[in-house]
Design a protein around this ligand. Structure first.
Ligand code: JFZ
Length: 487
């Protein structure tokens, strides 16, 4: 006990003096960093072309598909109360029966090109597709297990068809892969405790490596992996193996994008390493969740994956919870993009390869909005130098500011509040149709910020959320710039 207190005191003292040294400019970032072997590989954002492209997607599609789509969240007339892709974990569902579902998997209605066309029309820039979920069933003909699509009545490679069809539509493909695999005897939840478990676990690690190398070899067009099922102590304890595997994958496939959910650092920290730097290329924790302010992201890239019902990713015959409307999903799309993230909307095709009617309608409606307003989403960045207002969200592309209006003010006036010494508005128009908005200089507020009123066209009714484009003229601190801009 005594030695423990002494050690803690020493550590505290060292950290304090280190901090003082760091503050005088010792550490490049002006803060304490502990050297890590398996921490973040690149604190802060990646700036290469692949990552720039990822950042510009704005909207993505997630697809969860597997044998769980056959029961569709139901067994024996009863509805499972959890996410349909987890039904194997339901006590009432006999394991034996689940593990034989693949013998019925024959999605004759599956048409990868039709899927890709639907995603293209929706305006998706990328797809995340489940190659293997927790149940271990592989949608590609893996050499390393028999539990694959090749051994179903359908036989054909589904991952290959999806990768080809989406790539042909110009949609980048990312492969979802669950490390946790309920079909592999070698999978453990806890670190191996004896020789027998050690051997099984080593076999499982090699199996995982083999499958990942196989996916990269089979589908070289893919842009990245979306890892899942990495939260158990067994995998968390494999920082070195996972880090080396990650480096191997990256070396084989330059530009590969991997999120924060693949591996831990050597202290078992997930997402952020011991120094608070993000592990991986973007923050994957925003699952069915959107940050409330940009500071929460600590300067990292991120995306938000969203289910249409409250939870549940795989096909469920009945959605037992409230399902989001296209309006709400669009609002999330604008919100995520206003915070520099992408929104990824999940779809769960049924056992025959069809999307439910609700999903088709949502995709079509989002697509119609994206056709008109997509430039405010794709390649757009969070707006800078302008304050958020209650009418909605803002994105920016160079000198083009986009106002995403979700709450149309009753007086039809949009208030614009610029930081002092930033911009004044030039041309202001609706993205839909180009109608110009009247601009009124409303002076300055108490904080000396510049205020403007934008008048929505009289008599026009908006059927849904709309976007106003504001040309930004750099004020450069000149109080008369707005008057000059008007002449
Ligand atoms: C996982 C899966 O278990 C689920 O079936 C689905 O595939 C989803 C996309 O990912 O579920 C998670 C994973 C991580 C969190 C929550 C649910 N998390 O970090 O909060």
């Amino acid at each position: 006990m005594k030695t423990r207190i002494v050690t803690v005191c020493m550590a505290l003292f060292m950290a304090m003096s280190w901090n003082a040294w760091a503050q005088t400019g010792g550490s490049p970032k002006g803060r304490v960093t502990i050297p890590l072997k398996h921490g973040s590989d690149h604190p802060g954002k990646r700036t290469d072309a692949d990552m720039e492209r990822w950042r510009g997607y704005g909207l993505g599609q997630f697809i969860h598909w597997g044998v769980y789509a056959i029961p569709g969240g139901e067994w024996n007339g009863k509805t499972y109360n959890g996410a349909a892709e987890w039904i194997r974990a339901w006590r009432e569902f006999p394991r034996e029966e689940y593990d034989n579902l693949y013998k019925q998997f024959n999605p004759t209605g599956f048409d990868a090109k039709a899927w890709a066309r639907m995603a293209k029309k929706m305006g998706a820039g990328y797809l995340i597709f489940t190659t293997k979920h927790h149940d271990g069933f592989c949608l590609w003909p893996s050499r390393y297990t028999d539990y694959t699509v090749a051994h179903t009545p359908y036989q054909k490679d589904i991952v290959g068809q999806v990768v080809d069809a989406y790539t042909a539509e110009g949609i980048d493909v990312y492969l979802y892969f669950s490390i946790m695999d309920w079909n592999q005897g070698g999978w453990l939840y806890q670190p191996p405790k004896n020789e027998e478990e050690k051997a099984r676990w080593e076999g499982f690690k090699q199996f995982t490596r083999n499958q990942l190398l196989e996916l990269l070899e089979n589908y070289p067009q893919i842009k990245g992996f979306w890892f899942d099922g990495t939260w158990d102590a067994s995998w968390v304890g494999e920082a070195e193996f996972a880090h080396e595997l990650e480096q191997e994958l990256r070396a084989l496939h330059p530009g590969l994008i991997i999120g924060s959910r693949f591996r831990a650092d050597e202290y078992g920290n997930r997402r952020y390493d011991l120094n608070g730097d993000l592990i991986g290329d973007y923050d994957q924790t925003w699952e069915r969740d959107i940050p409330t302010d940009i500071g929460q992201l600590r300067g990292n890239d991120w995306d938000c994956c969203m289910t249409i019902p409250e939870n549940g990713w795989g096909y469920a015959k009945t959605w037992t919870t409230y399902a989001k409307t296209p309006y709400e999903l669009l609002s999330m799309l604008s919100e995520c993009n206003s915070l520099g993230g992408n929104l990824v909307i999940n779809f769960g095709p049924d056992g025959n390869g069809h999307f439910r009617v609700e999903e088709q309608q949502i995709a079509a409606e989002i697509g119609r909005w994206m056709d008109v307003n997509g430039e405010a989403i794709r390649d757009a960045e969070p707006a800078a130098g302008v304050h958020k207002q209650g009418w909605g969200f803002m994105t920016q592309k160079g000198n083009r500011l986009f106002l995403h209006v979700y709450n149309q003010p009753l007086n039809n006036v949009l208030r614009l509040v610029f930081d002092k010494k930033t911009y004044v508005p030039g041309r202001v128009k609706l993205l839909d149709g180009g109608t110009a908005l009247k601009v009124e200089d409303a002076g300055r507020n108490k904080q000396n910020a510049r205020l403007f009123n934008l008048y929505l066209p009289e008599g026009k009714t908006f059927a849904g959320p709309f976007v106003v484009e504001v040309e930004l003229i750099d004020n450069n601190g000149d109080q008369d710039a707005y008057q000059q801009a008007k002449v």
